[in-house]
Design a protein around this ligand. Structure first.
Ligand SMILES: NC(=O)c1ccc[n+]([C@@H]2O[C@H](COP(=O)([O-])OP(=O)(O)OC[C@H]3O[C@@H](n4cnc5c(N)ncnc54)[C@H](O)[C@@H]3O)[C@@H](O)[C@H]2O)c1
Length: 316
């Protein structure tokens, strides 16, 4: 299949491009490089020995999309492009609604005009909301969201559902991720955020290599064994494989929802343990404020989807 991957120069996108190429698909990447890099795509080519067609541009730019669809024969779109920092979404909601919702809307309009109706969307388990019981299952309704980032994911899911109800040519896979971590086993691509990381693993990695002095853990009174927050972490390669496998669901019109996680939770302290080869003082519990309220478990996924879609995690 010939696939347009928006945001393919970013963390998850670059790993997905590797898996797509290795599965025999042709890939065109559209990325505005606001948080991705051409170097990542060069390394994707080195890993796979295949060529990635790259278009530098923005998903909100209809003219760029129209010429891309006119020049390439695209059969499906995997949409990663977006902003993802929860905290920043609270302080800059306009940027998030513009990029994440506006970008998805323009993309869908351009796809419809070009006669492309297969869409895989990078959603998030955050759409279940903080009040949902665990484990989260795909049949649950979306819950209330607790920040603009989560709301943008819920809004795009709603938009895509409405499209499928209005026009049976659309087939959409909503992939609700838990917490992607890790890097390609080649060591050539991985997560290397610009500025202060938004996620736990880059923090741990930066402490491990000495780029940061210490790891601060926020929250020690969660109702968990060690008191720190539990999350479901999924290796990025398994997540990428899940995207390739989700393409087969697009043969059937309508909305297909898949949780992508492992079903296994780890606490923050357990996650920090691999770096304990470093001096213990490096791993310093600096502040015991509860910043994530009382949401100790991030909806552990039941195993059925793991077996059906993403396979057993090989790299965790
Ligand atoms: N990493 C996570 O923890 C996580 C969890 C759940 C969902 N997601 C979603 O997965 C997707 C990819 O996440 P990631 O971790 O790879 O982020 P990333 O920032 O590494 O990748 C996003 C890519 O999109 C590009 N981009 C952003 N806005 C664009 C625009 N308007 N036009 C074109 N390109 C644009 C960036 O340059 C970047 O290369 C995002 O939609 C994110 O919300 C991520």
């Amino acid at each position: 299949m010939s696939i347009l991957v928006t945001g393919g120069a970013g963390y998850i996108g670059s790993h997905a491009v590797v898996e797509l190429l290795q599965a025999g698909h042709e890939v065109v990447v559209l990325d505005n490089l606001s948080n991705g890099s051409l170097e990542a795509l060069k390394r994707v080519e080195a890993i796979t020995g295949k060529v990635v067609t790259f278009v530098e541009g923005d998903v909100r730019d209809r003219a760029v999309l129209d010429s891309l669809f006119a020049e390439q024969s695209i059969e499906a779109v995997i949409h990663f492009a977006g902003l993802k920092a929860v905290g920043q979404s609270v302080t800059e909601p306009l940027a998030y609604y513009d990029n994440n919702v506006g970008g998805s809307l323009v993309l869908c309009q351009a796809m419809a005009a070009a006669g492309v109706f297969k869409f895989v969307f990078s959603s998030s388990a955050t759409v279940y909301g903080p009040d949902a019981p665990v484990p989260y299952v795909e049949d649950m309704p979306r819950g209330r969201t607790s920040n603009p980032y989560g709301t943008t994911k819920a809004m795009v899911e709603q938009l895509l559902g409405d499209l499928c109800r209005a026009d049976e040519r659309w087939s959409v896979a909503l992939l609700r991720y838990f917490n992607p971590i890790g890097a390609h086993p080649s060591g050539l691509i991985g997560e290397d955020p610009q500025g202060i990381p938004n996620n736990l693993m880059p923090f741990i990695a930066q402490v491990a290599v000495g780029r940061r002095l210490e790891l601060s853990i926020f929250g020690n009174d969660y109702p968990t064994e060690d008191g720190t927050c539990i999350r479901d972490y999924l290796h990025v390669v398994d997540l990428a494989v899940g995207h390739v496998q989700s393409l087969s669901s697009l043969a059937t019109p309508g909305v297909h929802i898949y949780n992508l996680g492992t079903g296994q939770g780890y606490s923050v302290l357990e996650m920090a343990r691999p770096s304990s080869a470093r001096p213990a003082s490096r791993c310093h519990i600096a502040s015991l404020l509860v910043v994530m309220a009382t949401w100790p478990r991030s909806g552990l996924m039941p195993p059925r989807r793991r077996r059906n879609l993403a396979g057993e995690p090989d790299w965790a």
